[in-house]
Design a protein around this ligand. Structure first.
Ligand SMILES: *[C@@H]1O[C@H](CO)[C@@H](O)[C@H](O)[C@H]1NC(C)=O
Ligand SMILES: *[C@@H]1O[C@H](CO)[C@@H](O)[C@H](O)[C@H]1NC(C)=O
Ligand SMILES: *[C@@H]1O[C@H](CO)[C@@H](O)[C@H](O)[C@H]1NC(C)=O
Ligand SMILES: *[C@@H]1O[C@H](CO)[C@@H](O)[C@H](O)[C@H]1NC(C)=O
Ligand SMILES: *[C@@H]1O[C@H](CO)[C@@H](O)[C@H](O)[C@H]1NC(C)=O
Ligand SMILES: CC(=O)N[C@H]1CO[C@H](CO)[C@@H](O)[C@@H]1O
Length: 361
């Protein structure tokens, strides 16, 4: 044995001795981190099998988070970290919180539909829609609209909802819009019934098993559906039998507009500024670990990736990273008190694929 192989041999054994304790310590540290996580998010697991399964997901999440955070460019860029969803696998998250057949549901109807009767209110929406159609690509609307809109400041946005594992994002985002449009028109902010939508909406909508903003609006419009208050028709987060409420208070859709605004996001801004909040279909897969900041990357915009729906309640063109203010329905403990921020101009997370706005009677 020459000195060289002796050296390498010893070195190897030495490394082995060092490596094992490092691994054990690391393992210990990560179990420690997991127990801190469990405490913080009030998690408990019924047995060792479940614990180890959750622990593995947690470790996968920690790695995914590190990768996502490497893309940060500004201090206002999105930051990812451990969230209440970090002990779930990606597939589990998708199954419980996202809706994987949304693209098929959307393909079932035509985008760029406009429906309304001929009240004054409708004419306003129609004129806006027509103006967009005719001057496609030639208008820079940003000059004529405010640099910053936040409908929350006008008191027309209700408290953050939590859909839990009921896949009715389509009902939440659209009913939230209806609440906002009613509040803008009548200066009265009320919670409207999402459960009614879950139980009753037809066309491609199937309660907690999924649906689509635009076919829901179409159904509301076609059948002149009376949407009741949440008080009268409370939220149960499971699909139940459609009930007829006996109440003199209800809200009806007047007109609505469903558009694809890819490469034309100025029209989304215009709709938010001049009509009110809008609902958008999105790909929310990377939101599992979102904690705050503006999402700019890792959120593909392809139509086929759409699996969730949220409400855009404002935008900010003055920010370091110009962005939309998106209101999610995953509870106040998601993201920034239930909200998240999506960069403008790139069809980020697919937000420009299906944009819907409405007015109410
Ligand atoms: C445990 O958490 C600390 C701080 O939160 C972090 O620096 C460390 O890398 C984590 N350890 C492991 C093994 O995940
Ligand atoms: C923690 O979880 C337990 C059992 O699920 C529940 O009873 C308790 O209210 C929770 N506490 C908090 C602070 O969320
Ligand atoms: C552990 O708990 C899970 C869920 O409660 C159960 O499905 C599984 O059978 C349990 N496994 C053992 C080994 O007890
Ligand atoms: C981000 O950086 C700017 C200046 O570079 C600073 O004014 C601001 O306070 C920072 N924001 C945060 C959240 O750290
Ligand atoms: C609906 O409510 C009104 C007033 O509360 C009552 O007079 C009426 O009988 C009710 N109708 C039905 C079908 O329950
Ligand atoms: C990014 C991602 O995983 N999106 C999923 C959303 O749902 C579609 C439709 O099933 C899936 O194909 C995507 O993988």
């Amino acid at each position: 044995m020459d000195w060289r192989s002796f050296f390498y041999g010893c070195g190897f054994i030495l490394i082995l001795f060092l490596y094992v304790p490092i691994r054990v310590n690391k393992k210990h540290a990560s179990h420690h981190n997991f127990s801190v996580y469990m405490e913080r998010y009030n998690k408990s697991y019924s047995n060792d099998t479940v614990y180890h399964h959750r622990y593995k997901n947690f470790m996968d999440a920690s790695r995914a988070v590190d990768k996502l955070n490497k893309m940060r460019q500004h201090n206002s860029s999105a930051i990812y970290g451990l969230s209440k969803f970090s002990d779930m696998s990606k597939d589990e998250f998708k199954d419980q919180y996202l809706q994987d057949d949304l693209p098929q549901r959307i393909s079932g109807h035509k985008l760029n539909t406009f429906k309304g009767d001929s009240s004054e209110e409708v004419d306003v929406v129609r004129r806006r829609v027509n103006r967009r159609r005719h001057k496609r690509g030639t208008v820079t609307t940003a000059k004529s609209i405010p640099l910053k809109v936040d409908w929350r400041e006008s008191g027309v946005v209700t408290k953050i909802n939590n859909q839990k594992s009921c896949g009715a994002c389509w009902a939440f985002s659209t009913i939230q819009n209806m609440e906002s449009m009613y509040a803008i028109k009548y200066q009265k902010l009320l919670k409207l019934s999402v459960q009614q939508a879950i139980d009753c909406a037809r066309y491609s909508n199937q309660g907690c098993d999924g649906g689509d903003d635009c076919t829901f609006l179409e159904w509301l419009h076609d059948y002149k559906v009376k949407v009741y208050s949440e008080e009268v028709y409370p939220l149960h987060l499971k699909t139940e039998v459609c009930k007829i409420a006996n109440d003199s208070f209800y809200v009806q859709v007047d007109a609505f507009d469903c558009d694809s605004f890819i490469d034309q996001e100025e029209y989304i801004l215009q709709a938010i500024a001049t009509i009110g909040p809008v609902a958008v279909a999105v790909n929310a897969i990377s939101w599992q670990y979102y904690l705050g900041g503006v999402i700019q990357f890792n959120c593909g915009g392809d139509f086929d990736l759409l699996n969730h729906s949220v409400q855009l309640v404002g935008y900010d063109l003055t920010a370091e990273i110009p962005h939309y203010i998106a209101r999610n329905s995953w509870g106040e403990d998601f993201g920034d008190k239930g909200y998240l921020y999506l960069a403008m101009g790139d069809n980020l997370c697919g937000l420009a694929n299906e944009v819907s706005a409405m007015t109410v009677l």
